[in-house]
Every structure is written in structure tokens, then in C-alpha cells.
Design a protein around this ligand. Structure first.
Ligand code: ZN
Length: 206
């Protein structure tokens, strides 16, 4: 389990990244850390991309219904515009942000803010997701959390999608996605009919 290091005498901020597949507990871990910061009387703020309207507008809702207030923003620059006088900034669903979120996270950390980023490290195809690889590279601390494979019970690293809808941004529920280990993910992918799911894919194949 992640233990906050003693930063009482430091002025510098830093970046933490919590990553993993769907249903791996990323948001729970983000909320846990934010709550602990609040217990330590630190001012905290959470941002999330505005497109995540699954459950509620002004709060983060994780799959187990833990909630914490948060502010939806349209892009990474809006985080900088809206951030108040806080010691800790949380960023949820970071994979959906534009690439500018990397510079924003660094700018906040350079100001002395602790930045905690949570996001999917891979999309449903198993490819690195949006700005997550860059965030992982610049972070001081990285925590990869795992779900349980719904097929075999092993640790799950992948977000397997049953649907053949090619859109990468398909906000998920349990009937569309399930966590799978590498072996079961590959078996599922190989069993899918090979439909041309995305225009970008078709271009690559030509
Ligand atoms: Zn498995």
C-alpha cells in the first residue's frame, strides 16, 4: 500500500500516478489518498474530464459508490485556470485528457503541489492510453493496481471489451467491459470476428 512520504519540510511538489485496468480500484485509491490529505488538514481539489458524465457532474463516483467532490473541466488548460490555493490536486480519468495534461501536472508540481493522477494505462485494445505513458514517465511515484480476471481469477491487467464498437471512448459498465489477464485477453481477442472496427485501423492496414 502506498504510504505518503514525510514532506513536512519540503517546498517542492511531486506527481503520483495510479494506473491499471478497469475495475482495478484506481479511483478508490485516489479517493483514499485525497481523504488522507484532508485528514491532514490539507486543501485538496479534484478535476476530471467533463465527458465522464456516467453518474454525477460534480463528484467522482467510483464503482463502489465512494464519492468525493470534483470539478469537471473541458481540457487540461482549464485545470490551471481553475486550480485554487491548494496543497493537493487530484486528476481522475486522466487518460481522457489532451496531452497538455502532462505539462499541467508538471507545472502544478513545480509550484509545490502534490499531484495525484489516476487513469487507465491501456485502452481496450491493450494499447497505451492517451497521455498516460508520458504521465507515468514524469511521475515520482507510480502505483499499478490490478483487477481480477473474470475468466480465470488471475490478476487482471487488461480491460477486455465484448462489444465490437470501435470507438475508444466508450464509458464502461460491467456488461461491456471485464478485467482480464493477458492470456484470457488474448484468447478473447482471437475469438472475436475480425471486423474493420475503426477507420484509423483500416488506414493503417493499407
Ligand atoms: Zn485470466
Amino acid at each position: 500500500m502506498f504510504i505518503e512520504f514525510n514532506s513536512a519540510n519540503r517546498k517542492a511538489g511531486w506527481i503520483e500516478v495510479i494506473c491499471g485496468s478497469m475495475f482495478s480500484g484506481k479511483t478508490e485509491e485516489l479517493i483514499r489518498r485525497m481523504r488522507r490529505a484532508q485528514i491532514a488538514n490539507q486543501r485538496v481539489e479534484i478535476f476530471k474530464p467533463g465527458l465522464d458524465k456516467r453518474y454525477a457532474i460534480n463528484e467522482i463516483v467510483s464503482h463502489n459508490q465512494n464519492t468525493i467532490p470534483s470539478m469537471p473541466v473541458h481540457d487540461s488548460q482549464e485545470v490551471l485556470q481553475r486550480v485554487g490555493s491548494v496543497q493537493v490536486v487530484g486528476i481522475d480519468e486522466a487518460q481522457f485528457f489532451d496531452d497538455g495534461i502532462v505539462t499541467v501536472a508538471e507545472e502544478l508540481a513545480n509550484r509545490g503541489i502534490r499531484v495525484i493522477v489516476a487513469g487507465l494505462d491501456m485502452d481496450f485494445r491493450g494499447n497505451p492510453f492517451g497521455p498516460m505513458p508520458q504521465l507515468l514517465a514524469v511521475a515520482e511515484f507510480v502505483t499499478k493496481v490490478h483487477a481480477i480476471c473474470q475468466v480465470c481469477g488471475s490478476l487482471a491487467n487488461y480491460s477486455y471489451r465484448h462489444s465490437n464498437d470501435g470507438s475508444t471512448v466508450l464509458l464502461g459498465e460491467k456488461d461491456v467491459y471485464e478485467p482480464r489477464c493477458r492470456t484470457c485477453f488474448l484468447e478473447g481477442e482471437q475469438a472475436k470476428p475480425h471486423l474493420p472496427v475503426m477507420p484509423a485501423r483500416e488506414e493503417e492496414d493499407q
